[in-house]
Design a protein around this ligand. Structure first.
Ligand SMILES: Nc1ncnc2c1ncn2[C@@H]1O[C@H](COP(=O)(O)OP(=O)(O)OP(=O)(O)O)[C@@H](O)[C@H]1O
Ligand SMILES: [Mg+2]
Length: 342
C-alpha cells in the first residue's frame, strides 16, 4: 500500500556499522546525532525526529532501528500523509472481515507487522485527531484490537515518529494533541538543515558522485569552482536536493553549467528582492533605482550566458566594450572566479 514499506532484508548491528555509521559522520551536528542514536538504540524509548524536508529523517530512523537490538526484526514505515484519512485506522491496526464495506477478508495492520521490530510513523503531524486519540491509547500498553474486532492483540515494537512541521504550533492551533506529543517526544532528535552544517557538503558530494558514476557508468568529476558553489548554495531542499543536483551533474553533459546558471539566477533574484531600507526617496529616484536594477539583472544574465566573455557581451548588448566595462563596475558585478577567492 502507498505510504507503507517493510524492510525486506534482515538487518543486523553489523549493517549499522557498515551502512549507516559512514553517513552519520562529518559535521559536529551529525556526530552528536550518531551519539544520541547509539545511546538510546537499545532502550525502546520513543524517538521523535524533527527537521526540514530532505534533511535525513528517514535515514536517522533506519539507523536507529539498525543500531538497536531489534535490528533483526522488521522496520515498518507508515507515511501518515500518504494514506487517505479514512483508511489510516485500518492501515495501522488492521480489520476483521466485514468490518466495513469492502473489508472482504481479515487484514492485519502495520502495527502488528512491526512486532519485534520498529514502527516508524512518518509525517506524524498529519494524523487526524481521532486517530491521535486512538494511538495515544494504544501506546499506553501496546495493546489494541483490529477495526471491527474485539480480541486484544499485544505488540512489542519501538515507536519512531518524524515530522517537518512545527508541532508546538500545531498544538496551539488545536491540530495536534499535547498528550500524544509528550508521549512521542521522549527523546528528540533535531536534524539541522544542510545550510547550517555546510561541512557535510563535500563528503556528501563525493559520496553521491561515486555512487551515481557507478550507477550510470560515468566518470564525471566536479570542478573545484562547482564545489564552491555547491557549498555556497543554501539548499532549501536539503540533502535530497543536493543528491538530485549531483545526479543531474553526472547524467547531463552540461549539468555543471546548468547548476551554475541556476545559482546565477538565484543571485540576481536575491539581489533584486533584498528588502530596501525605509527611505524618503523621491519617486524619480525610486524609478531610477528600478531601472538600474533591471539593467544590472539583464547585464548579469548576459554575462553568465556568454561565460563572461566581455567582447561577446558588448556585441550582444550593442554597447561599446568600454561602456560595458563601466556598466559592470557600476553594477558591482564580478566574474565567478574572483567571487570564489577569499
Ligand atoms: N547523511 C546522509 N548521507 C547520505 N545521504 C543522505 C544523508 N542524509 C540524507 N541523505 C539522502 O537524502 C535523501 C533525503 O533523506 P531522507 O528521505 O532521510 O529525508 P527526510 O528528512 O526523511 O525527508 P522528508 O521530510 O521529505 O521525508 C535520501 O535519498 C537520503 O538517502
Ligand atoms: Mg522522510
Amino acid at each position: 500500500m502507498a505510504g507503507t514499506d517493510k524492510a525486506s532484508l534482515p538487518s543486523s548491528p553489523a549493517r549499522y556499522a557498515t551502512e549507516y555509521v559512514p553517513l552519520l559522520e562529518g559535521s559536529p551536528a551529525m556526530r552528536e546525532i550518531r551519539t544520541l542514536i547509539e545511546s538510546v538504540a537499545d532502550t525502546d524509548a520513543t524517538v521523535l525526529i524533527r527537521g526540514e524536508s530532505g534533511v535525513g529523517k528517514d535515514l536517522v530512523a533506519r539507523s536507529l532501528h539498525a543500531a538497536s537490538n531489534r535490528a533483526n526484526g522488521p522496520f515498518v514505515k507508515v507515511n501518515c500523509a500518504a494514506i487517505p484519512q479514512g483508511l489510516l485506522e485500518s492501515e495501522f491496526f488492521g480489520h476483521e472481515k466485514g468490518a466495513f464495506t469492502g473489508a472482504h477478508r481479515r487484514k492485519p495492520g502495520q502495527f502488528e507487522y512491526a512486532n519485534t521490530g520498529s514502527f516508524y510513523l512518518d509525517e506524524v503531524a498529519e494524523l487526524p485527531l481521532s486517530l491521535q486519540a486512538k494511538l495515544l491509547h494504544v501506546l499506553q500498553d501496546f495493546r489494541f484490537s483490529r477495526v471491527g474486532g474485539h480480541g486484544a492483540i499485544d505488540v512489542d515494537t519501538r515507536i519512531i515518529a518524524a515530522t517537518n512541521r512545527d508541532l508546538e504550533q500545531a498544538i496551539a492551533r488545536g491540530e495536534f494533541r499535547e498528550d500524544l506529543y509528550y508521549r512521542l517526544n521522549v527523546v528528540e532528535v533535531r536534524i539541522p538543515p544542510l545550510r547550517e552544517r555546510k561541512e557535510d557538503i563535500p563528503s556528501l558530494v563525493s559520496r553521491f558522485l561515486t555512487s551515481f558514476n557507478q550507477q550510470y557508468g560515468r566518470n564525471k568529476q566536479i570542478s573545484s569552482e562547482t564545489l564552491h558553489r555547491l557549498i555556497e548554495y543554501p539548499w532549501p531542499g536539503n540533502v535530497r536536493e543536493l543528491e538530485n543536483i549531483v545526479r543531474r551533474i553526472v547524467v547531463l553533459n552540461d549539468g555543471e553549467q546548468a547548476f551554475e546558471a541556476m545559482c546565477a539566477r538565484r543571485r540576481v533574484n536575491h539581489a533584486a528582492s533584498a528588502p530596501a531600507p525605509i527611505t524618503t526617496e523621491s519617486l524619480r529616484d525610486i524609478a531610477r533605482r528600478g531601472a538600474r536594477e533591471a539593467e544590472r539583472r539583464a547585464l548579469a544574465e548576459v554575462l553568465e550566458r556568454v561565460k563572461w566573455n566581455r567582447a561577446e557581451a558588448s556585441r550582444s548588448l550593442k554597447v561599446s566594450y568600454k561602456t560595458l566595462l563601466t556598466k559592470i563596475a557600476e553594477c558591482g558585478l564580478t566574474p565567478p572566479n574572483s567571487r570564489l577567492s577569499p
